[in-house]
Design a protein around this ligand. Structure first.
Ligand code: ADP
Ligand code: MN
Ligand code: MN
Ligand code: MN
Length: 368
């Protein structure tokens, strides 16, 4: 797996990527980019270090630290926070043997940072291991300029009404495909379990899917996919917005549909377990809404209106093939009597550790 894959790039991108690609690997050195979630619970930070050899497993990567007073994660007089490596990916920018290292953040006394949601997620996933929970997340996002206006929308105006853009092709139908393609190639190189992409209903809005992932892997792979997208956007003068409703009015918002199954759901007659899970989810709607964006439901309120393929934020609903429901059972799962369910409520800026944790706590650990 050491041959360099071509990464499709925009013309502007080629120069900056070439400096990575054409560089000879330093003999006996490995550059590790340590990556963490900051105090917004949404933005990522990173810094690089040069190692003398490549550690064999994630546990062998050294703990590191950063200045938490510069990221809102600690006070100035006790500013060091710990970075604990938790997942390693190939670096698609600097290429092999260099690596991207996702980290958990701990305070100086090794208590988990407020935005280290992986810590408790991992505990929940360990407790339900025998159920082999699978997740697949559909990350919707919007390419916007510095002012938050969608990338390549007409100056001082709006594109024509929604209709021709979803899965569209052609000039005036889609914007930014090369960014999408660069991201897909880079994720595949890295080892992120990306499984598809499509243009969305609103122009300049896109989706990629990551999954199926087992347990804690879902959060790790989605955060790494987000990191790779952010780094690609740097050279494009394009911002990747995870705002759940970037443009008010008759324009679709952006979500993170979360597809979920357990081993019994995937086996013959599994629909029974899917229905049981939906019943439990129906009783904890408010707790889930509070966990499905970083603001406890405020951000998602603008999106979950009951219009634009969403269900209302204050009502739980479910149905086969129903894209206006909180939970949808895909048509093919209903027909086969097994498979998975789709929770359509999570917002595009949700934390996948939080969302996957509450789903298993409600459906498998019976928390009320
Ligand atoms: P939609 O029709 O809602 O747009 P997508 O094709 O975009 O669906 O996404 C489907 C997602 O479901 C993918 O992320 C995929 O990995 C995930 N998925 C498929 N099978 C399962 C399963 N058995 N359990 C959990 N997730 C699954
Ligand atoms: Mn989709
Ligand atoms: Mn979608
Ligand atoms: Mn979906």
């Amino acid at each position: 797996m050491s041959a360099a894959l071509p990464i499709q790039t925009l013309p502007q991108l080629q120069d900056s990527f070439a400096c990575y690609r054409e560089r000879e690997p330093e003999p006996d050195k490995v550059i590790a980019t340590y990556i963490w979630i900051d105090a917004t619970g949404q933005n990522l930070r990173c810094k690089s270090r040069v190692l003398d050899s490549k550690p064999k497993k994630v546990e062998d990567y050294p703990d590191w630290n950063f200045d938490g007073s510069s990221t809102g994660q600690s006070s100035g007089h006790n500013s060091d926070c710990w970075l604990k490596p938790c997942a390693v990916f190939r670096d698609p920018f600097r290429r092999d043997p260099n690596v991207l290292v996702l980290c958990e953040v701990y305070q100086h006394d090794w208590t988990p940072d407020a935005h280290n949601k992986r810590h408790s997620c991992k505990k929940a996933m360990d407790a339900v291991k025998d159920q082999v929970p699978w997740f697949g997340i559909e990350q919707e996002y919007t390419l916007v300029d510095q002012s938050g206006f969608p990338h390549l929308w007409p100056q001082g105006g709006f594109p024509g009404p929604q209709g021709p853009y979803y899965c569209g092709v052609g000039y005036t139908k889609v914007n930014g495909r090369q960014i999408v393609e660069s991201h897909l190639s880079a994720c595949l190189y890295a080892g992120v379990k990306i499984c598809g992409t499509n243009a969305e209903v609103m122009p300049s809005q896109w989706e990629y899917q990551v999954g199926p992932c087992v347990g804690i892997e879902m959060g790790d792979h989605l955060w790494m996919a987000r990191f790779i997208m952010d780094q690609i956007s740097e050279d494009q003068a394009v911002v990747v917005s995870l705002d759940p409703k970037p443009i008010p009015g008759d324009w679709n918002g952006a979500g993170c549909h979360t597809n979920y199954s357990t081993l019994p759901m995937r086996e013959e007659g599994g629909i029974k377990y899917i229905e049981e899970a939906i019943e439990k989810l129906s009783k904890r709607h408010d707790a889930h809404i509070a966990a499905y964006d970083p603001s406890g439901g405020e951000d998602n309120k603008r999106r979950l209106t009951g219009l634009h393929e969403t269900a209302r934020i204050d009502q739980f609903s479910s149905g086969v093939a129903n894209r206006g429901a909180s939970i949808r059972i895909p048509r093919h799962c209903s027909a086969e009597g097994k498979g998975y369910l789709e929770d359509r409520r999570p917002a595009s800026n949700m934390d996948p550790y939080v969302v996957t944790e509450i789903i298993v706590r409600t459906t498998l650990l019976n928390e009320k």
